[in-house]
Design a protein around this ligand. Structure first.
Ligand code: ATP
Ligand code: MG
Length: 330
């Protein structure tokens, strides 16, 4: 059995992009793999979060993981801060990462080039903490959306460097990017990724949005004036995105969808995408309310943290001994 590890940040409400590109895949993978899934609450504070909103987003993220079908009996589900080895290993990883490597990370470069102010040191070194999150558990695969591939590549580089310096310590993991839905785009600007922290409510579908609001967002999605439906992503990014969303949720091949919709108007396509999406999100919301009412979330996260800590603590000790900073006799 292969081990996989992944996470979502509670920087805002979980989006349809997170569901399609990440969580729905975790649910599928847990059938045949050992899944370690956490809520990356340390990563989310690299950008200021209002504490009240953060508390809500955190609990919602845990409930939504479960509502989307992650099963605590099969997968290890926990909060990053409940396993303190992450932060300590993060520091060690930062000491094995070069500034040049961090400077090349496109996510950070984008923020700098947009002249965003108040960028924190935590945001800059976040790929080091991410490397720690991963390498503590020796996973085989890291299922991520397209945007996170570069950070997994850096994790690999750090692991290889560490293994060369100190002897075989870490398994070198592979990123696993699904062929459909790896980059769901914003509905009102289909050249931009749908992101929960962009404050673009019109372009973003949140799993906890009212179903009527979701329908409206899809019906008013930005398309084009060509008046035809093709799979040309460059020319028709809005149409392509709608087909991609449909395909990911209905598990229908995009070519098959194209054959079905190509002689129809945009309104027909949008309506069917809205039907497919609201049906799936409606089911998730029903489960979400049951889970919130069950009072089980705390217990599930505690048990997950216990399982994770067992693996992480052993690995951290091994790493510290290899480096020479731990001289305890055990
Ligand atoms: P933020 O804006 O705070 O970075 P985000 O929406 O990008 O939020 P993350 O927590 O960074 O979400 O990512 C969680 C997972 O969801 C990652 O595996 C990421 O690759 C995936 N993901 C994020 N956005 C999308 C998207 N639009 N399409 C497909 N996958 C996505
Ligand atoms: Mg992101």
């Amino acid at each position: 059995m292969k081990r996989m590890l992944s996470a979502v940040k509670p920087t805002g409400q979980i989006t349809l992009g997170n569901y399609i590109g990440a969580i729905s895949n975790f649910v599928k993978y847990q059938e045949d793999n050992e899944m370690i899934i956490f809520i990356a609450n340390l990563h989310c504070i690299t950008v200021y979060q209002d504490p009240k909103d953060l508390r809500k987003n955190l609990k919602d993220a845990a409930a939504l993981y479960l509502a989307c079908g992650l099963d605590p009996n099969r997968s290890t589900i926990f909060l990053q801060t409940d396993v303190m080895e992450h932060a300590q290993m993060g520091y060690i990883m930062a000491c094995n990462t070069y500034l040049g490597e961090l400077n090349r990370m496109t996510q950070f470069k984008d923020k700098v080039s947009k002249n965003e102010t108040g960028l924190t040191a935590g945001l800059y070194t976040y790929p080091c903490l991410m490397a720690a999150d991963i390498l503590l558990y020796d996973p085989d695969y890291i299922p991520v959306g397209d945007d996170q591939k570069q950070h997994v590549e850096l994790t690999r580089d750090i692991a290889i460097r560490f293994n060369n310096r100190y002897g075989e310590t870490f398994k070198v993991p592979e990123p696993l990017v699904a062929s459909v839905g790896a980059r769901i785009m914003s509905l009102n600007d289909p050249t931009k990724k749908m992101s929960k922290s962009e404050n673009n409510d019109k372009g973003c579908i949140y799993l906890l949005d009212d179903l009527n609001v979701i329908r409206k967002k899809i019906m008013s999605a930005v398309t084009d004036s060509y008046g035809e439906i093709t799979l040309d992503q460059q020319r028709q990014p809005g149409i392509y995105n709608l087909l991609e969303i449909h395909s990911a949720i209905s598990k229908t091949d995009k070519q098959e969808l194209l054959n079905r919709f190509k002689s129809q108007g945009y309104g027909v396509l949008k309506k069917e995408v809205a039907d497919v999406v609201t049906e799936r999100i409606g089911e998730i919301q029903k489960r979400y309310h049951e889970i919130m009412d069950s009072g089980q979330i705390e217990t599930i996260l505690d048990e997950g943290a216990k399982k994770a800590r067992y693996i992480a603590a052993k690995k951290l000790t091994k790493v510290q001994r290899k480096i020479g900073i731990d001289i305890h006799k055990r």
